[in-house]
Design a binder for this molecule. Structure first.
Ligand SMILES: Nc1ncnc2c1ncn2[C@@H]1O[C@H](COP(=O)(O)OP(=O)(O)OP(=O)(O)O)[C@@H](O)[C@H]1O
Length: 394
């Protein structure tokens, strides 16, 4: 049975709405103003709220703002008198599900409430499904360094400690960050990724902290930054070594105070974010060269996880090859292909400059181009650069 909260300062309206909704089988609570309503809203899980606009103490718009902050998933339907349709429209722009006018039309009231609750159920289901679909890729490998990394993830993830993940391109740094999120108490929240190297330095602050409308020439609309988007979850700052010094100063402040300010804004906004950063650079060398702030380095590197290159954990290659074989065959709609022992050895001894991403591409190439079973010749033909071919054949 759905729980509905009615907030209205007019007792007669509350009574009418309450009677109608109880008759329809809803469980109803009543509050006489926004402040009382908000207290009840925080204490109990409601399926929908009917909220008057003009009220003493806390009006409908203020209630809406606070309620959306506290629990954005509960739909709120505004109830507006003759004089405040404009405000009702504004409320919808600010996140109210819809509004109905006083005196409420019975059918419209019930249909609006039903739709509001159906929509919020769909939104909740979509979130669950999305999480299932986006299940973090398993971390394959039983080599000593990978086992150590998995153990560290299990220990560190449940804490809010910041983690700095280091390693060359494509070794699996992002995967480590995703597992840290997945295993944390923030797993139901978002994980938001920012690739600091891919964003021009003059835009990075707006990307991270958002901006107010008109704060610079191309800021035509207000924008929520990645810190705010990651609220309640994890912010993954990839390629942090490429961040400009001025952005570093702001990130440092955000980490120290747990608050951010949008570019061009003056309001401080609290954010509850766990930061995981990654880099392929030697950050201490960057500190020495004055490209990276030492104080930020210390803030970010409470826990250090180094992901070694594939060349330094060759024991993992057979399992990774098997994994990529399976996924490539599935992707291209082919029967699962086998691989000869010597072909596997050749892959294991290959010099993997591009790491796991390159290994995945190579296996996909072999799946497409080779016969039923992948042979050493296939590896020589399609993978090994000409200069190394003699070595493999010898
Ligand atoms: N241990 C592993 N098991 C299975 N897949 C892996 C493993 N490590 C990495 N991968 C896969 O390899 C690819 C590259 O990994 P990822 O993006 O995590 O690397 P990265 O170090 O963050 O790369 P970059 O430096 O380019 O940002 C991804 O598709 C990832 O799922």
């Amino acid at each position: 049975m759905a729980n509905i909260l009615i907030i209205d300062d007019e007792k007669s309206i509350r009574k009418t709405l309450s009677e109608i909704l109880s008759y329809e089988g809803y469980k109803v609570d009543e509050a006489a103003d926004g402040a009382e309503g908000f207290k009840m809203f925080k204490d109990k899980q409601y399926d929908a709220v009917l909220c008057d606009i003009k009220m003493p103490k806390m009006d409908g718009l203020e209630f809406l703002e606070k309620a959306k902050e506290a629990n954005p998933d509960v739909p709120i339907v505004m109830v507006s008198g003759h004089g405040n349709i404009d405000t009702a429209v504004e409320a919808v722009k600010k996140g109210a599900y819809d509004y109905i006018s006083k005196p409420p039309d019975l059918n419209r009231l019930l249909v609006t409430l039903r739709n509001a609750m159906d929509k919020s159920t769909l939104v909740a289901e979509t979130k669950v499904l999305r999480r299932k679909v986006n299940r973090t890729q398993e971390m394959i490998g039983q080599s000593a360094p990978i086992l150590k990394i998995k153990e560290t993830i299990e220990k560190v993830a449940p804490t809010d400690a910041r983690v700095l993940v280091t390693g060359e391109n494509g070794v699996g740094k992002e995967l480590v960050a995703r597992w840290l999120h997945e295993r944390s108490h923030r797993a139901a929240g978002p994980i938001v990724e920012v690739n600091c190297a891919a964003i021009p330095s003059e835009l990075i602050e707006s990307e991270l902290f958002g901006h107010e409308k008109g704060s610079f020439t191309s800021a035509v609309k207000q924008r929520i930054g990645k810190f705010e988007q990651a609220n309640g979850g994890t912010l993954f700052l990839d390629e942090i070594g490429d961040m400009s010094l001025s952005a570093q100063a702001k990130v440092l402040r955000a980490l120290q105070e747990g608050k951010i300010t949008r570019v061009g804004g003056d309001k401080e906004i609290s954010v509850d974010v766990r930061v995981v950063a990654a880099t392929n650079k030697d950050l201490l060398k960057e500190v020495e060269d004055k490209n990276f702030r030492l104080d930020l380095y210390h803030r970010l590197s409470v826990i250090l996880i180094h992901v070694p290159s594939l060349n330094d954990r060759r024991d993992d290659i057979p399992a990774l090859v098997e994994h990529f074989l399976e996924s490539a065959c599935q992707e291209y709609g082919m029967a699962k292909k086998g691989i000869e022992k010597d072909a596997m050895k050749a892959l294991q001894n290959h010099n993997w400059s591009g790491n796991i991403r390159e290994l995945g591409n190579v296996v996909a190439r072999l799946v497409i181009l080779s016969g039923k079973t992948i042979t050493t010749e296939d590896v020589v033909d399609y993978v090994v650069p000409a200069r190394d071919k003699k070595k493999v054949n010898a």
